[in-house]
Ligand binder design. Structure first.
Ligand code: KG4
Ligand code: ZN
Length: 338
């Protein structure tokens, strides 16, 4: 069962081809980072135009990489949201056209949930219940899963997302977009020459909730107070201290979650921030259950995760007509995630 998945919600145009929800045959990605970098963040209108320019080439390349033709596909999947509306429209319109032309079902996929399936690509199926965390530029969401399509939201950020905080702090530090990988690289160069004062965010609450705007404001005030010279002199130490607290909050809350949900068999971590190696080390040292991270190429946005989640939706569809886009494009919203 081969599904072709298209992702265009933000600044990556991606196409994945996945067999039976797990075996990745192709994952082709065109990143727009170079285009947006000079603006310090993603410019929605430019993103839409870039998607339009490359989407056909990316899909064609994915088919070549997988060594198959359009006639070998069983279904088309596409990110239906959340994301930049113009960017989503490009992927959805392209996918609709492809599905209509090939007379194949079109499966709409939630981008945030799909990230979790990115952690399950190219590996053995896992047992449930499981805890699953998406830490990306737009989301800091913790779920309890009873199965591959059951997403019970346990906690989320009440303000900024964790990756967003990395990006905004990086901007104040004069670093390029996206800030996460650069902060991680600089933090690794720290020799702890100074102690950078850092608050412990959300420490007093045993409640499962995340918050990043306080840490962001603390960093902005701290950097303003000390000035440009200090930032340049101690950039690695500043990055290490910030990173330690930004990730520390995740680790503390995940340790609480695993102790509350003792029946959880695994902890899945997904989204762009899951690429951070220090995060992986901290988490493995602090939680008692097996932690599963995505392969490096499936941490950030990709089409394979979309195709993978679509496979499970396909398997669980209550009615074969359900996914017929010509009949009822909005049917997806009626699908209840337990
Ligand atoms: O999942 P993703 O590619 O896109 C969204 O759906 O948002 O995540 C992008 C986010 C950005 O905020 C980026 O700075 C962050 O993930 N990120 C990292 C690392 N690599 C990417 N944050 C910390 N450490 C990293 N190594
Ligand atoms: Zn994403």
């Amino acid at each position: 069962m081969k599904i072709l998945g298209i992702e265009s919600s933000c600044d990556e145009t991606a196409c994945g081809i996945v067999d039976c929800g797990i075996n990745v045959r192709a994952s082709t990605i065109a990143s727009q980072i170079d285009v947006h970098e000079k603006f310090g963040g993603v410019v929605p209108e430019i993103a839409s135009r870039q998607h339009l320019q490359v989407i056909d080439t990316i899909v064609t390349q994915a088919l070549i990489d997988a060594g198959i033709s359009l006639g070998d596909l069983d279904a088309i999947a596409v990110t239906q949201g959340p994301g930049l509306i113009g960017a989503l429209l490009v992927g959805i319109s392209y996918a609709k056209g492809l599905a209509a032309g090939l007379n194949l079902p079109l499966i709409q996929v939630d981008h945030v949930h799909a990230h979790i399936h990115g952690a399950l690509l190219d590996r053995e199926a896992i047992d449930y219940p499981s805890l699953a965390m998406v830490v990306s530029g737009g989301h800091t969401n913790l779920y309890r899963m009873e199965g591959p399509l059951s997403f019970k939201l346990l906690a989320r950020s009440i303000d900024d997302a964790c990756g967003e905080c990395f990006d905004k702090v990086a901007k104040v530090l004069g670093l390029r977009y996206p800030g996460g990988p650069l902060i991680e690289k600089l933090a690794a160069e720290s020799t702890a020459r100074i102690e950078v004062p850092m608050p412990r965010m959300m420490e007093d609450r045993s409640r499962l909730v995340f918050s990043y705007s306080g840490l962001k404001t603390h960093m902005i005030n701290l950097l303003r107070k000390h000035g440009e010279g200090w930032i340049q002199e101690y950039l690695p130490e500043i990055c290490a201290a910030f990173q330690s607290e930004a990730l520390g909050q995740l680790v503390r809350k995940l340790a609480i979650a695993t102790s509350v949900h003792q029946d959880a068999k695994t902890l899945l971590i997904a989204g762009g921030v899951s690429a951070n190696q220090e995060f992986r080390r901290m988490l493995e040292a602090n939680v008692q259950i097996p932690v599963i991270f995505p392969g490096r190429k499936y941490c950030s946005d990709n089409g394979a995760m979309i195709a993978s989640m679509a496979y499970h939706l396909w398997q669980n569809m209550p009615d074969p007509q359900f996914w017929d886009w010509r009949r009822d494009w909005d049917a997806y919203s009626r699908y209840q995630f337990a």
